[in-house]
Design a protein around this ligand. Structure first.
Ligand code: GDP
Ligand code: GDP
Length: 437
């Protein structure tokens, strides 16, 4: 199930990033304890009333020149219209309604996208009256919030969740492996798509995806069906702001959500930069299988150690994704290209792997026997049983006497033992601890 995307749009300084942090709250803290991931709050995953969605703050996508505020939020609004399911349009009570607000409200209104109008900086009762003037925007009831105090955030979340799309039908049969190629501009994503499909330039037999105007490209190889997700998104370019990181991450989010396997394409000639990490981090958080594809291997000067060195560098940069295999290739010369699809097939299987309760319990019992859980103030964690509750990604619940006694390091230890036994190559696994005595 692809998680819906919610975008926050509004003038600089209305409080978008403050509210963004409140919306994702402790979720950010959870992912941050994974070493090796640099977070500068590009996106977050939020849960409210049992619904999960991604939130992105479009602020910071800026266009220089005259009228830059207006032009910047226009760009943000257009991006949000293309990529988001629900848009939070944020204004502020302090400065009141501005011309820029009115203009952007019109663009949003014309798009027909569900919009939630949030008026921030409603810090006190007096300000509460200031929200009425925003009715004149004609995009619905303004919701007064205060990023400083946290008031109204629950109402805002209620309004967002109410507008989220209902579950969309699965677009492809279960036996089709959905593959997304992500990476910075110019790493060679489109070239790789063409190389995989074995065609010179044009991608034929595109089919329209059902969730939006994405173009997916299905194909079959050695009896296995695949679909390359959002090949159109990859071809859209030439806009100045595409090189901004937020923009490319946001473009990639939706494709990642719809995929089983994410190919994180890296330019072998340039090495790894932070932007690569953010995009890969999203694939990890979204629970997708991943493969690092080091492209342009033809132009890298090599000796017998170059590959190992490059792989070590990847491991250093992506400590949170040690499970992801690395494939070196050249989309241009097609050198080593034939290695890719078998790895895709393999990690897709691992992503969907289901281990019987009996087997996983054996492994955990052995792990506990070798290294018993530590005690905490004289109390010891007791593991009653373990069971896999979901696939894609494999999700395992550990039932214990008291979840507060489970430490992060012990959870890591169990995860490592489970990986050692069942491999799960290419896929993150989720481990949850629940009470059951
Ligand atoms: P952005 O540019 O839209 O992302 O805005 P920020 O989140 O960076 O906030 C801009 C400024 O407004 C900061 O100084 C915030 O501390 C302040 N701010 C955010 N929310 C509130 C609020 O509810 N009330 C008041 N008074 N200030 C706020
Ligand atoms: P995208 O923006 O990620 O889709 O990248 P493109 O597929 O458009 O490729 C960007 C540039 O890199 C183009 O000039 C390609 O010809 C070049 N390129 C792509 N793959 C390779 C490769 O494997 N080796 C070399 N030398 N150049 C490549």
């Amino acid at each position: 199930m692809a998680r819906p995307v919610v975008a926050i749009v509004g003038r600089p300084n209305v409080g978008k990033s403050t509210i963004f942090n409140r919306l994702i709250g402790d979720k950010l803290a959870i992912v941050e304890d994974k070493p090796g991931i640099t977070r500068d709050r590009i996106y977050g995953i939020s849960d409210w009333n049992g619904k999960s969605f991604s939130v992105i703050d479009t602020g910071g996508i800026e266009v220089d020149g005259e009228d830059f505020i207006l032009r910047s939020i226009r760009v943000q609004a257009e991006l949000a219209i293309e990529e988001a399911d629900v848009i939070i349009f944020m204004c502020e009570a302090k400065s009141g309604l501005t011309n820029a607000d009115e203009e952007v409200a019109q663009i949003l209104f014309r798009s027909g996208k569900p919009i939630v109008l949030a008026i921030n900086k409603v810090d006190n009762m007096k300000r509460a009256e200031d929200i009425y003037e925003f009715y004149s925007l004609g995009i619905g009831d303004p919701i007064g919030i205060s990023g400083s105090h946290g008031t109204g955030v629950g109402d805002l979340l209620d309004a967002v969740v109410e507008k989220l799309p209902d579950k969309v039908d699965e677009e492809y049969d279960d036996d089709v492996i959905r593959v997304a190629l992500i990476g910075r501009p110019n790493v060679g994503k489109s070239s790789l798509v063409n190389a995989i499909l074995g065609e010179e330039r044009v991608i034929v037999s595109d089919v329209a995806g059902t969730t939006r105007d994405a173009i997916d490209t299905p194909f079959e190889r050695d009896g296995q069906k695949y679909v390359l997700i959002d090949t159109a998104g990859m071809r859209k370019r030439g806009k100045v702001y595409e090189s901004t990181e937020k923009y490319s991450v946001m473009r990639a989010m939706r494709a990642i959500e719809r995929a089983d396997v994410v190919l994180v394409v890296i330019n072998g000639q340039e090495g790894i930069i932070d932007q690569d990490k953010h995009i890969a981090g999203y694939a990890h958080d979204a629970g997708k299988a991943s493969i690092f594809v080091v492209n342009k291997w033809d132009v890298v000067e090599k000796d017998d150690k170059t590959m190992q060195h490059f792989e070590n560098t990847i491991r250093d940069h992506f400590l949170f994704m040690t499970y992801a295999p690395v494939v070196f290739l050249s989309a241009l010369t097609k050198q080593r290209l034939q290695k890719l699809l078998p790895v895709v097939q393999h990690v897709a299987q691992q992503h969907a792997l289901r281990i019987t309760t009996h087997l996983v319990n054996d492994v955990v019992s052995d792990a506990v026997a070798i290294n018993p859980p530590p005690t905490d103030k004289g109390r010891r964690l007791r593991i009653n049983y373990v069971t896999q509750v979901a696939v894609k990604p494999p999700t395992i619940v550990v039932f214990v006497n008291d979840p507060s006694l489970m430490h992060f390091s012990y959870e890591r230890y169990l995860e490592n033992k489970i990986r050692a036994a069942f491999n799960f190559e290419g896929t993150p696994i989720r481990l949850f601890t629940r009470r059951k005595s």
